[in-house]
Design a protein around this ligand. Structure first.
Ligand code: SF4
Ligand code: SF4
Length: 337
């Protein structure tokens, strides 16, 4: 159901909600950019609507609100293991349509890929998603080409228009949360339709006849010669799901410690290293090929749709100006030559 509220009332409700829920949204982190004296827009806990960056795409995605960059799986001593408790509070995540489509990709990998990941599942069941509309396209996104420019499966949609806030609430428990935060005050009921873009500057054509032969193309060596294997493209991607394990032994008692899982990148050295010195993808070209083909070919073969949601963050962040969207377009073009 759609509602119209004053910004002041919405702010009061938001602040109440932020006591009972952890609310994650894109916020400006001043001076925390990759280069000195630069800022970054990244997800963090917010307590006010004014903390949220509404007019720009976040540099990093919502993913870290569901899947911590660095997560302790269990603590160990010589003869005990203890699993840390899961989140107690509900989690509200503000995100855009492309990122909401990315949640579906994370769910496929962590919940429906032959097993259910205990740690992801217990965070995911607490999470509700609040859609942020897109009035205009970002520079590098190609969500329209990927069919992710619109999302319907949000729990709520929220739009701030100067002194007014428009809300569309789809889920009963969100309705309940908002009713409690509203303190009996009735909001004006109205029709609310989320903003979404119908055209991007970047347009991508997906190749239609990818096959195992596509793995042998010269294009991979060309990109590989340019890629420095920094892994930044993976860390900003809302659909990358790989992690590695680390056992940490405490200095004051080396027989105790914790096992953590930490985000990993298929582009960096060591990612495919095995015991005995075996390594599956030694060159950057092979790693680039793996990443691109995984996003638009391998994943699709298993789940029936591409993994990439066209957010464009990997293009934005690459220090070598490697354009993933251009790479896909080149694969499609080569098919027709
Ligand atoms: S591959 Fe690039 S464009 Fe696609 S979802 Fe990941 S970061 Fe976004
Ligand atoms: S961000 Fe660019 S240079 Fe770094 S690993 Fe990705 S493609 Fe290679």
């Amino acid at each position: 159901m759609g509602y119209q509220l004053t910004k002041t009332k919405a702010e009061q409700m938001f602040q109440k909600l932020s006591v009972t829920c952890d609310i994650f949204a894109p916020k400006l982190m001043e001076g925390e950019g990759c280069f000195s004296d630069t800022d970054i827009i990244r997800y963090g806990k917010v307590h006010s609507l004014d903390e949220i960056v509404w007019d720009k795409k976040s540099d990093y995605s919502f993913k870290e609100a569901l899947l911590a960059i660095n997560e302790t799986l269990f603590y160990f001593t010589e003869d005990t293991t203890t699993v840390p408790k899961g989140p107690k509070k509900d989690i509200l995540i503000f995100l855009r349509a492309c990122d909401l489509h990315a949640v579906k990709r994370l769910d496929e990998i962590y919940l429906k890929n032959g097993f259910e990941d205990f740690y992801y599942a217990r965070v995911r069941e607490k999470a509700k998603f609040i859609l942020m509309g897109c009035k205009e396209t970002c520079k590098s996104g190609f969500c329209v080409s990927m069919g992710t420019n619109r999302a319907e499966n949000y729990d709520a949609y929220l739009k701030v228009e100067s002194d007014t806030v428009l809300l569309d609430v789809k889920c009963e428990c969100m309705e309940q949360m908002l009713r409690e935060a509203a303190d009996g005050e009735e909001a004006v009921v109205c029709d609310v339709t989320p903003d979404y873009v119908t055209e991007n500057q970047e347009k991508v054509t997906l190749p239609k006849q990818l096959s195992n032969e596509s793995f042998g193309k010269d294009i991979w060596k060309e990109y590989g010669d340019r890629c420095i294997g920094c892994g930044r493209c993976n860390f900003v991607c809302p659909t990358c799901t790989c992690f590695t394990m680390q056992d940490i032994f405490y200095k004051d008692n080396p027989k105790a410690g914790e096992r953590r899982r930490v985000w990993a990148s298929c582009q960096v050295d060591g990612y495919t290293d095995m015991a005995g010195g075996l390594s599956f993808r030694k060159t950057q070209g092979e790693r680039m090929r793996f990443k691109v083909m995984h996003k638009i070919y391998d994943y699709e073969k298993r789940f029936g749709y591409p993994m990439c949601v066209g957010c464009g963050r990997c293009d934005d962040v690459c220090p070598e100006y490697i354009s993933y969207s251009n790479c896909i377009n080149r694969l499609a073009k080569e098919e027709n030559e």
